[in-house]
Design a protein around this ligand. Structure first.
Ligand code: XMP
Length: 525
């Protein structure tokens, strides 16, 4: 079902903190395929997956906490090279006969770790002292027998240990976070040197593997795919098209809430680069009709979601009828589900539910289709790379996240054609200037919001104006769960502001949102 059958993975055991996905990404960045499993796995489960190595993630602050997640101790008898990180390090220490002291002391944030001896395979060659990121309560007071202490800090006598003989290593700090100086090197030393793994996985292998898999799954049946203009659906559709060509039909619903140039990007550039058969549904008037007089954000979302389903169902019925007449029914639907969606929905096995919070309010849930999800094992940056390898335009592959309900949730107040036009122009200017300044990779996304229900006095040209403010909401984030506002250079902000107020009608003010998430969400709605 996923790349795991072809490849023996590094398994990252998730103890419930947010770090497991980050660790899995870092392992892949080191050229080794990885998957995440919950800490409830048994030694038998692990043996069945036949991993090349294990990494135990961070977790709660104390192994002594009530209900602290445990691990099947037999896992350590499987003879698989293992790296324990933070909580995983302590779990490992305890299971192997070391001592974890319930000190009640906390070590948090940037800390100096000093190498003990030559640092062993894990830390060898690194500076005597390095800055590492800590977040723990208890500490390992004594390494298990046969283990060498590899580093310590002022408060933690055993901050890293290892047994070359067993291939077991552990660090108290978080090597997966960028704040740890030699973090990636620690992970790579474990993978390449301690576990002897070659750096031979990359997202390029996935294309070939998925093409073969999709052909086998689909046979001669027909497939449909909903394109949203976003990265995930663009790449999953292109991958399926590469596998089965014109057995696939892509459907793009233009709900009138798209950004400037987006429809053209899909209809022209995307089609030119993939050759995919595309049907565009022109539904802007219908959507706007239903949104008339509605200001409440939840109601807007509901309407957009509902109308999207209606529009999609209409084409789908036509396509199903056409396919039936031609003797090859439509049996499959392409979904751009990514690995974080799979992990967050609790699993990895079985068929995923059609995600309703993504894309345009979700696809109908009662469609009688089997899903094709070629990106199920991948992270976003890997999906982008596959898109590039497939020759998709950078403007699509490099796109920042954009909500399914589109500009509909970036107008505070009623959504009208006129207001959409204003917002589209302002948004295009902001995007153009950010790209020109080379800032795209620094920001996660930059919503541009029209406060349609607010007016303020201004002076433009010869007279007073009474126009609307535009809000810029540039944010930096790893996963959109939390975010900080991006400190954009003043000259870029100034350029955006000048251009918008000079050329976008009815806008006489540009303001900057300097709120982190939480408390503010990324979108204003
Ligand atoms: P918030 O506003 O909740 O947004 O901080 C978090 C991330 O989710 C995106 N977002 C959506 N994406 N459909 C989507 O596909 C939606 O309805 C939706 N609402 C918010 C938002 O752009 C940000 O990246």
């Amino acid at each position: 079902m996923s790349a795991d059958t072809a490849q023996r993975p590094v398994l990252v055991v998730d103890f419930g903190a947010q770090y497991a996905q980050l660790i899995a990404r870092r392992v892949r960045e080191a050229g080794v395929y990885s998957e995440i499993v919950p800490h409830t796995v048994t030694a038998a489960d692990i043996a069945e997956k036949n991993p090349v190595a294990l990494i135990l993630s961070g977790g709660p602050s104390s192994v002594y906490e009530e209900g602290a997640p445990a691990l099947d101790g037999d896992i350590f008898d499987l003879g698989v090279p293992t790296l324990g990180i933070c909580y995983g390090f302590q779990v490992m220490a305890r299971a192997l006969g070391g001592e974890v002291a319930n000190t009640g002391l906390r070590e948090y944030g940037a800390t100096d770790a000093a190498l003990s001896g030559d640092g062993g395979v894990l830390l060898g060659g690194q500076p005597d002292t390095q800055n590492v990121w800590m977040s723990h309560g208890d500490q390992v007071a004594k390494a298990p027998e046969g283990f060498e202490v590899l580093a310590s800090t002022a408060d933690t006598p055993v901050a890293a240990f290892g047994s070359a003989e067993k291939g077991f290593y552990g660090v108290q700090w978080h090597p997966e976070v960028k704040h740890s100086d030699h973090g990636q090197e620690v992970i790579e030393n474990f993978l390449h040197k301690a576990a002897g793994l070659a750096a031979d996985w990359n997202s390029g292998n996935v294309i070939e593997e998925q093409v073969a898999r999709i052909r086998e799954q689909v046979g001669s049946a027909r497939v449909i795919s909903a394109l949203s203009g976003g990265v995930d659906s663009a790449v999953s559709t292109a991958l399926v098209h590469k596998a089965i060509g014109d057995q696939l039909t892509a459907v793009f619903v233009d709900h009138g809430l798209l950004r400037k140039g987006e429809r053209e990007q899909v209809e022209q550039d995307y089609v030119a680069s993939t050759g995919v058969r595309l049907i565009t549904v022109d539904a802007a008037d219908t959507f706007l009709g239903h949104l008339k007089g509605v200001s409440d954000p939840e109601q807007k979302r509901k309407i957009i979601g509902r109308e999207f389903i209606r529009a999609f169902e209409k084409v789908q019925l036509d396509l199903v009828a056409e396919a039936k007449a031609e003797g090859e029914p439509i049996k499959f639907l392409v979904q751009g589900t990514l690995y974080p969606d799979v992990v967050e929905s609790g699993g990895g096995t079985g068929t995923a539910n059609i995600k309703s919070h993504h894309n345009v309010g979700g696809l109908p849930e009662d469609l009688d289709f089997e899903l094709i999800e070629p990106l199920r094992t991948l992270f976003k940056d890997e999906v982008r790379q596959i898109g590039r390898d497939l020759g998709l335009p950078e403007a699509i592959v490099g796109r920042q996240p954009f909500p399914g309900p589109g500009l509909g949730i970036r107008i505070v107040g009623e959504v009208t054609a006129d207001r959409l036009e204003i917002l589209r122009e302002a948004d295009a200017i902001a995007r153009e200037e950010l790209t020109k300044a080379g800032l795209d990779s620094e920001i996660w996304q930059c919503p541009v919001v029209l406060l349609a229900d607010v007016r303020s006095v201004g002076v433009q040209g010869d007279g007073r104006t009474y126009g609307h403010p535009i809000v810029l909401r540039p944010v930096s984030s790893e996963d959109a769960m939390t975010a900080d506002w991006t400190r954009l250079p003043y000259d870029v902000l100034s350029k955006i502001s000048n251009r918008i107020t000079n050329s976008v009608r009815d806008v006489n003010r540009v303001v900057l949102d300097v709120t982190s998430k939480p408390p503010g969400t990324i979108e204003w709605e």
